[in-house]
Write a new protein. Structure first.
Lengths: 607, 326
């Protein structure tokens, strides 16, 4: 069946000269797995997107201004375009001219007013563009050096030696090892309002750190801990020379006028209106290709959409429901990517009926994922069978060979339930051997129309095997408080439609939500999954620091999760960013979500 | 009168306490808390908060204390003139409100002045020329204005004048890049005000015109207006000196609520146009479960409504000598 679809897709793609994105979309509709998709891309030579090649090719006719990036070196592009002059928002007055232009974008996450990246609710744009981390995952999921030039583990994997690069703070002071030590000490300080402490902890205890010399830091961990680098790369470094004397770092004026080592300086911050970033000429990575960017605070994506249409902004995040509007618009490009973890149907393992693996297997067999994905995502989603999103940053930890797509077979699902003693009642609802009806509520959180549609479709599909579902939608805060409620009744959330377990964006560790050490109310394994083999694999995965060995451990975890049906992965939601064709140098990356935070400095605006 | 005013002022204390107890109780009964809002945002940004992180935050915000302890902590702070710190921004609540309040006062103030300047004359004309073509036209316009939801009107204005015609910016109250000098600054501010002000004013005109027309119609049928005409006064004097002054009394009483409008702003318009005012703050704070800010906004609203009602009653007594509170 799969071969037939692959063959058909190769034929269509070759005939119609599709690019990579078109192939991906079509593959999603057909429900192809990543290996099958890889075969199609290889057969069609579709790995390179023609449009993207043009845009990123340093030899193309328009080169990046600024002169510092690899792609740079060509003629400058004036910042002031006709559109800029026509746009009252972008104005024209003090806009720097003769170079890479000002990129305008928006955020709908609101203005918390906090620009100190280690504090709770700090603004993401400031974190990524004004500050640096020691290292950072790029848009391909590869760890890249930032303030750390290199890092090496000792043979026993207990000591991490970090060599720092020479860099400068925006106020001209030199960056040193003291800044790193100060940052870690401040995070450890219990008076600091931060949610970053756990990133310097293993098993709830802090690791230790010391300055070896001006350019070297030594971090010692009590045990080998692979996800530690993920935590470390999520910590921005703050300046010791500006904050060491602060009476209270939580309310220091620095928090509204941050100074970092990142590619941009914060130029102007009008509370709840916009933040203006200016290029840092002395950035260790070279001056950004553009003349800065502005982030406008918008109430929602509809407001942002109007701003994009009127030319006030150049790019914005586009949730699935907004994407059709921009698909055939010649003025913009829609960059799609999968959310890093699939949408799942999760079982509450505390529920007496759902503890029975036969019931979970029957439910999985009765779900037509291809039809569900096609209907709900209107052809945009990619069918999911594995633990992490196909084509996402954790893709390599999926075992595509060991976890085949489950068979969709309603008849067999019914037989399985019959054999296990779940008899069909007169009302077409099965009854367990104990006399309890197979009637469950399926809960999800509000804000996504897609999830509500999922519930209804699953309700219809499972009715075919005599299982009654009652959809319920609550806001996320409600759901979160239900998870932590020690008196939580499993009947109140027998099935959950959400992304469970939720890994880190770039690290496959699921200890917090899947290990039996973390059962509620003290932990976050809120679906009460308890399986010795899963626990073992998670433990091994956390202590294996060799990247290749680690991949194998998580592939085994993928197989085990599939075997005992911890969840039914349904599909991978496809998010997107809409980018004006005025922006140049935009790479067609598989993971635009991170590119916006990491790679925008290399883009510029067309004259 | 003085005794009456003092009595009313004293009554405000138990009323405000009652409002705060109800609001505090409802907020804490509502699902979620500031920490769950932070968890949600952290999850979608690719990180997660461990249980230890959550417990520390809840302790820090005092969320683990019994409800009555949390309430008394809050009341004791407020009694000392301190509304606490926003859980969203760590900044003192009063600073958060101070940064927003002027924006709302400007938007609501300009809109209100325009609304009254246009609606009152139209209401008078409509009443004086009752059943004329102009009256029918204005009545039609007013019904349309009253019927159109403000969010729809706002979105249409954005679509037509910002997206299609490109005359005005779609959002915000100022541009990020403005040339030096007074004129570019004035132009920038003016352009940003046009659409949100129009959106509030059009709906306001519809309501106030109907109200002015009705009160004017009632007055011009009174005997003293007939008497004024009978003694040969010009129509202008009859309308503006005798009729309108009395027809304004109900309008003046409405002005008591102007305080509330000026301070609380328009939730709908401020959100559509990303106007950084009090209305937008209220929505964001509710979504983020920022209890200290929500409580401050509710208390401020209640106080303004109480003061507004009192001022209305006092002004009513001043402009209508028949009314006595003693």
């Amino acid at each position: 069946m799969t071969d037939e679809r692959v063959g058909r897709l190769i034929e269509e793609a070759t005939k119609l000269r599709w690019n990579r994105r078109q192939i991906l979309k079509r593959a999603a509709v057909l429900g192809l797995t990543a290996p099958a998709l890889g075969a199609v891309l290889a057969a069609c030579g579709g790995d390179d997107d023609e449009e993207a090649t043009d845009a990123t090719d340093p030899t193309s006719t328009t080169a990046a201004p600024g002169g510092s990036t690899e792609a740079a070196g060509g003629q400058a592009t004036p910042a002031e375009t006709e559109d800029d002059e026509a746009s009252p928002t972008t104005g024209s007055g003090t806009t720097p001219s003769g170079s890479g232009g000002i990129i305008n974008m928006n955020t709908t996450s609101g203005d918390s007013g906090i620009g100190n990246p280690i504090l709770t609710s700090a603004l993401g744009w400031i974190e990524y563009y004004v500050f640096n981390r020691l290292m950072i995952y790029d848009d391909t999921g590869t760890l890249q050096p930032e303030l750390a030039e290199e890092w090496t583990y000792s043979d026993d994997n207990l000591e991490l030696t970090i060599t720092l690069r020479e860099a400068m703070w925006h106020d001209g002071e030199a960056f040193t090892a003291d800044d790193v030590i100060f940052t870690f000490d401040t995070i450890q300080d219990e008076n600091t309002d931060t949610t970053q402490r756990s990133k310097l902890q293993i098993g709830g205890e802090f690791v230790t750190w010391e300055k070896v010399d001006e350019r070297t830091i030594l971090v010692t961990t009590p045990e080998p801990f692979a996800p530690f680098l993920f935590g470390l790369q999520d910590l921005e470094i703050i300046p010791e020379h500006l904050l060491a004397q602060s009476a209270d770092i939580n309310t220091d004026p620095f928090n509204q006028a941050p100074i970092g080592t990142g590619p941009y300086k914060l130029g102007e911050w009008q509370s709840d209106q916009f933040m203006r970033f200016e290029p840092f000429e002395d950035y260790w990575g070279g001056r950004p290709a553009n003349d800065g960017f502005t982030v406008f605070f918008h109430a929602d994506t509809e407001v942002g959409s109007a701003a994009l249409d009127s030319g006030d902004i150049d790019l914005m995040f586009a949730p699935p429901e907004l994407q059709p509007r921009y698909e055939d618009n010649p003025d913009v490009t829609l960059y799609n990517y999968v959310y890093f973890t699939p949408i799942t149907l999760a079982f509450n393992f505390n529920h007496p009926i759902l503890q029975d693996q036969t019931v979970r297997e029957a439910i999985r067999m009765a779900i037509d994922k291809v039809s569900l994905t096609e209907t709900v995502t209107k052809g945009r989603g990619i069918v999911a069978n594995n633990q992490y999103a196909d084509t996402g940053p954790l893709d390599r930890y999926n075992d595509y060979d060991g976890v085949p797509a489950p068979e969709f077979n309603v008849e067999q699902a019914n037989s399985m339930l019959d054999e296990a003693g779940y008899t069909m009642g007169d009302d077409n609802i099965r009854v367990s051997p104990d006399g309890d009806p197979l009637s469950f509520n399926i809960i999800t959180y509000s804000g996504f129309e897609e999830y509500v549609n999922d519930q209804v479709i699953l309700q219809e599909m499972l009715a075919e095997i005599g299982i009654e579902l009652t959809p319920q939608v609550v806001d996320y805060s409600t759901l979160e408080s239900m998870w932590a409620d020690p008196n939580d009744d499993p009947a109140n959330r027998a099935l959950e439609l959400e992304e469970y377990p939720h890994p880190y964006e770039f690290d496959p560790d699921v200890y917090n939500e899947l290990h039996s050490d973390n059962l509620p109310p003290t932990g976050q394994n809120y679906m009460w999954v308890t399986d010795d083999e899963i626990d073992r694999l998670i433990d091994v995965g956390r202590t294996t620091t060799d990247p290749d060995e680690r991949v194998e451990v998580y592939k085994e975890l993928d197989r085990r999760r599939n075997e005992i049906v911890t969840v039914v992965p349904l599909y991978n939601a496809v998010d997107g960013w809409v980018v004006s064709s005025r922006l140049q140098g935009v790479a067609d990356t598989p993971y635009f979500r991170r590119y916006v935070l990491y790679g925008l400095k290399d883009c510029w605006k067309e004259a | 009168m003085t005794a009456y005013v003092i009595r009313r002022l004293l009554w405000m204390i138990p009323i405000l306490l009652g409002v705060s107890i109800i609001c505090f109780g409802l907020l804490l009964r509502a699902p979620g808390d500031p920490v769950s809002a932070i968890v949600a945002s952290s999850r979608t940004s690719g990180s997660t908060l461990t249980q230890q992180d959550r417990d520390t935050l809840r302790e820090q915000y005092g969320l683990n204390n019994p409800v009555y302890v949390q309430y008394f902590d809050w009341v004791s702070l407020v009694a000392r003139g301190n509304f606490g710190d926003s859980t969203r921004s760590n900044q003192p609540v009063w600073d958060v409100i101070k940064s927003r309040l002027p924006n709302t006062v400007k938007l609501a103030g300009v809109s209100l002045i325009l609304t009254l300047a246009i609606a009152l004359p139209l209401g008078i004309i409509s009443a004086v020329r009752q059943y004329s073509k102009l009256d029918y036209f204005l009545t039609f316009f007013n019904f349309v204005g009253i019927s159109i939801p403000q969010f729809w009107l706002g979105l249409m204005l954005v679509y037509i004048f910002a997206v299609e015609l490109g005359w005005f910016p779609s959002t915000g109250m100022q541009g990020a890049y403005i040339a030096d000098g007074a004129w570019p600054l004035v132009k920038d501010r003016f352009l940003h005000y046009v659409l949100p002000v129009t959106s509030i004013t059009l709906v306001g005109i519809a309501g106030y015109t109907r109200f002015q027309r009705a009160s004017m119609l009632e007055v011009i049928r009174q005997d003293y207006v007939r008497t004024a005409r009978a003694k040969g006064l010009s129509e202008r004097v009859v309308i503006f000196k005798h009729a309108w002054r009395n027809a304004l009394i109900p309008i003046i009483t409405l002005m008591g609520y102007v305080f509330v409008i000026l301070v609380e702003g328009s939730v709908v318009v401020e959100n559509i146009f990303s106007w950084p005012g009090m209305g937008q703050l209220a929505v964001i704070s509710l979504n983020q479960r920022d209890y200290p800010v929500i409580m401050a906004i509710v208390l401020l609203s209640a106080l303004l409504i109480l003061i507004g009602t009192l001022v209305s009653d006092i002004v009513y007594a001043i402009v209508d000598p028949r009314i006595r509170y003693d």
